[in-house]
Ligand binder design. Structure first.
Ligand code: NAD
Ligand code: UGA
Length: 458
């Protein structure tokens, strides 16, 4: 079969894998290859057990793998053959040197840029898919053209807005696709080549174009705004607990104002995930770099409130359980950073498990998809933690259950049975407000929701 163009994606992670699978699925006329330096990840993409759990992903991959979707470890060959190269490598927070703990670590990204330059034998369109600090594409252009301009590279910014757990839906029906480019004739042609790909399934009016810097910055700002809403409602949840207001009622009342909207107002144990914290810290670092101290402090507050919310959750547990957790068994329902994913990066569960272990509690952790990652995250805690598939087994004999992830499964469990198997008094801390608090209270639980008055038998 002759393909219209060859697309390459460097980085077969949570973004590279699903986005390229969707492009291949919707555009059979393109040949899509995804490469990674991690051979294990590539062999998982080529197997029946994909490296990430994402509802609907298996079906999309199965429909086009081997047809026009390929996973490979040969990055250099991939570069040589490609017309369009998406770069979707990880850009974590820097852990060393200047900007440690704040700035983006661009080493993986820069290695990729150099590799593209060194291997390319023909002009390429290079698309930044990773989330990067504003102005990174300028650095990318400089690296790509540092070899005496023999080969022409067009650099575009096309940040990804999918959320884990709903990635396939988000890719299939995106609110918008954002493409940033220069405005030269050549750059506009490159932009059109990318628009043409998405236009196979995304309505044209949802494909928006901007200059390169607006596109890069919009991605950081989108995550900062989303996280800000969660920190805002979480801050109010603390006030609700002091005043007998109910945070769900407050969220509903404010969310019905069409200027506010009702999404991302669920009070919780705190937001997690690989990007919110990293991207806000990156934004804060950029603002400080440009001398905008007040702006930096403003956004840093979003992360501070999130840390406060996680701390508060553990302190509430400690206070409620008579100020000692030593030797008590505590069961955590959920460890993924949100429902419908096995991802645990920056999950509040990691922090909470560690704090509870510090208090010398014994922990049983259960989660339908994230136990493998939990074992890795908490490996150093050894015997203090049991990883249990079945939630009923996990809860048996415990003094408290804490719900940390909003899996549907936890709404519908037989809580009478769970209560019957627990030590008394039995405590339930609902870090996601997913269970029927009054009903559980009537069964005998002492119930501590987020942002609502506790229901206790004392
Ligand atoms: P990830 O860690 O899951 O995947 C990145 C992959 O890149 C890894 O498999 C790694 O081995 C590979 N890689 C690193 N250097 C490489 C190189 N030189 N050559 C080939 N492969 C290389 O990361 P992710 O979650 O997919 O995120 C990727 C980017 O997308 C980040 O910038 C992130 O901020 C952004 N993003 C992530 C999400 C999300 O939901 N996870 C959503 C939107 C945007
Ligand atoms: C987020 C954004 O939603 C995506 O648009 C973006 O592409 C992505 O980050 C990224 O850049 O990585 P994701 O982190 O996968 O996606 O998941 P979200 O649904 O945003 O949830 C993030 C965290 O916020 C989770 O821990 C979730 O439980 C929490 N959350 C979300 C709340 O506590 N309350 C809410 O109302 C919503």
């Amino acid at each position: 079969m002759h393909f219209k163009k060859n697309i390459l994606c460097i980085g077969a992670g949570y973004v590279g894998g699903p986005t390229m699978a969707m492009i291949a699925f919707k555009c059979p006329q393109y040949r899509v290859t995804v490469v990674d330096i991690n051979p294990e990840r590539i062999s998982q993409w080529n197997s029946d057990r994909l490296p990430i759990f994402e509802p609907g992903l298996d079906e999309v991959v199965q429909a086009c793998r081997g047809r026009n979707l390929f996973f490979d470890t040969d990055v250099e060959k991939g570069i040589r053959e490609a017309d369009i190269i998406f770069v979707s490598v990880n850009t974590p927070t820097k852990t060393f040197g200047a900007g440690s703990g704040m700035a983006a670590d661009l080493q993986y990204w820069e290695k990729t840029a150099r590799q593209i330059r060194n291997c390319a034998e023909s002009p390429k369109i290079v698309v930044e898919k990773s989330t990067l600090p504003v102005k990174t594409s300028l650095a990318m252009e400089r690296i790509l053209t540092s070899d005496g301009d023999q080969i022409y590279f067009d650099v575009l910014s096309n940040p990804e807005f999918l959320a884990e757990g709903t990635a396939i839906h988000d890719l299939e029906e995106p609110d918008r696709v954002l493409i940033g480019s220069h405005k030269t004739e050549r750059a506009l042609e490159a932009r059109e080549a990318l628009v043409e790909i998405y236009a196979n399934w995304v309505p044209r009016e949802r494909i928006i174009t901007t200059n390169l810097w607006s596109s890069e910055l919009s991605k950081l700002v989108a995550n900062a705004f989303l996280a800000q809403r969660i920190s805002s409602i979480n801050a109010i949840s603390a006030l609700c607990e002091k005043t007998e207001a109910d945070v769900s009622e407050v969220a509903r009342a404010i969310g019905m104002d069409s200027r506010v909207g009702d999404k991302f107002l669920r009070a919780s144990v705190g937001f997690g995930g690989s990007c919110f914290k990293k991207d806000i810290l990156n934004l804060v670092y950029l603002c400080r770099f440009y001398g905008l101290i007040e702006v930096a402090d403003y956004w840093e507050g979003v992360v501070r409130i999130n840390d406060y919310q996680k701390d508060r959750f553990v302190l509430n547990m400690l206070n409620a359980m008579f100020n000692t957790l030593a030797g008590k068994k505590i069961c955590l329902f959920g460890f993924a950073f949100k429902a419908n994913t096995g991802d645990t990066r920056e999950s509040p569960g990691i922090f909470i498990a560690r704090e509870l272990a510090e208090e010398r509690a014994e922990l049983a952790i259960t989660d339908p998809k994230a136990l493998d990652n939990a074992r890795i995250d908490l490996a150093d805690l050894g015997e203090q933690i049991a990883y249990v598939e079945d939630p009923y087994d996990a809860a048996e004999g415990s003094h408290a259950v804490a719900i940390l992830t909003e899996w549907d499964l936890y709404r519908d469990l037989d809580y009478e049975r769970i209560h019957g198997s627990m030590e008394k008094p039995a405590f339930l801390f609902d870090g996601r407000n997913v269970v029927d608090h009054r009903r559980l209270f009537e069964m005998g639980f002492n119930v501590f929701p987020i942002g609502k008055a506790p229901l206790t038998h004392f």
